[in-house]
Design a protein around this ligand. Sequence first.
Ligand code: ADP
Length: 494
Amino acid sequence: MQDLGDALLRLAMRHSPVGMMVASPAGEMLAVNEAACAMLGYDRDELTGMSWQDITYPEDLATDTDLVAATLAGERASYRLNKRYVRKDGEVLWGDLSVALLRDDDGAPLHFISQIVDVTEQRIAAERIEEANATIEKHARTVAAIYDAVDVGLVLIDRSGRYEQVNRRHSDFMRLAYPEGHHGMAGQTGEVFEADGVTPMARQDLPSHRATAGDEFDDVRLWVGSDPATRRALSVSARSTRHADGSLAGAALAYKDVTDFMRALAVKDEFVASVSHELRTPLTSVLGHLEILEQRRDLPHDVRTQLAVVDRNAARLEMLVSDLLYVAQEADATLQVRRIPADVAAVVRDAVEAARPMATGAGVDLSADLPDSLLAMCDPQRLRQVVDNLVSNGLKYTDAGGEVRVRLRAVDDRMVLEVSDTGIGIAPEDVARLFARFYRADTERVKLTAGTGLGLNIVRSIVEACGGEVRVDSEVGRGSTFTAWIPLVAPGDG
Ligand code: ADP
């Protein structure tokens, strides 16, 4: 029986893929199988001359020794342990070790039988996963810290409009907007107002509601809170978020505090409005008295001629003042134009002649290509403003030796006014903003030139009020061409 047992054990040891060892109670390895040799990188003779302590990774020795002692003391019959071995080539092998103690008939320890399964790959994989998890956690903590520290309110909403995440900054804005509390769903109305600061924002206009519907936008301005001391102006952007398969997941919204900017804009508009009001009162008086004077029959001819000049200039001044008032109003206000039959060629010719002293002063060649006359329904004073602004810009932004050309012609049922220069030109990124109020290109040359950034805004407003459009083609360093198309006859006139 004993022989059969030994034979079976030997057979199992030889063919098992599991490393097997028979060791003396002291640890000396008496027999090892091929699998054990292959795992540890030793041949059989080398291994059998060593103890299991010799091939155990030093840090794992104590645990194994304690278990051996407990087994020898009879506290347990066997044990199982995950431990490290050091292979002959110095590499570490992770083994899943099961150990049993054989005793003789009297109970005295005979030898230990150990089985080792190589679990190195699993351990390495597990360690990698652990490392990856630690890295992900670290990144998540960093992102969370940034998320809360940034000066921008951030909100993530899901497809149904549910608020999934709100950072600290945005919680502050939410408290202002929803003093009664927020239900966590997009589209809740509250103390949220349009850019004018007064009109309550309707549900369908709320950025969160629009973003839930998949709308993407930038710089939607609104106010939150109604207390003038604490309310804030916000500029909101939204982008849709998507799942890996491209389907809509929800939206991310960013709320930037633009209170100071909005207040500065309001102050500027108020300033412009009050200055133009102040100017208008004395001007009205001047114009009124001029009218009375002009009605007098007893004035010498030369005085009448001079009064006409004063009158024309005072009228122009009044128009400039009303333009200032116009720009101080909300952007959607339209300029008043009064169209009458007029010779636009004469208007353009006068404007070019009036600019000649400025051209001479700037050393710029100013020329005009105009028909003798071109009759149209137009507001001559407004048209004059358009030409004045475009020509004076051409002269201002062209260096000495350059040219400014003015061309007027009729094409089909429109007049086409073209003012081109060989000046500094306009960068593509500026072209789109050129016609905005107070916009001036951010270049040294422009900063050195006097200007308000209102001229082109007024040009566009006038041209559009006449049913026309204005366009600019430009190349930096080569020059610009401003072209205005205006119907010769206003719709309804003809
Ligand atoms: P202003 O000339 O008073 O600054 P405008 O509204 O007339 O204001 O023009 C706005 C800006 O457009 C200018 O500040 C300048 O940067 C640019 N600009 C206008 N006309 C020209 C031009 N002919 N060539 C180059 N830049 C121009």
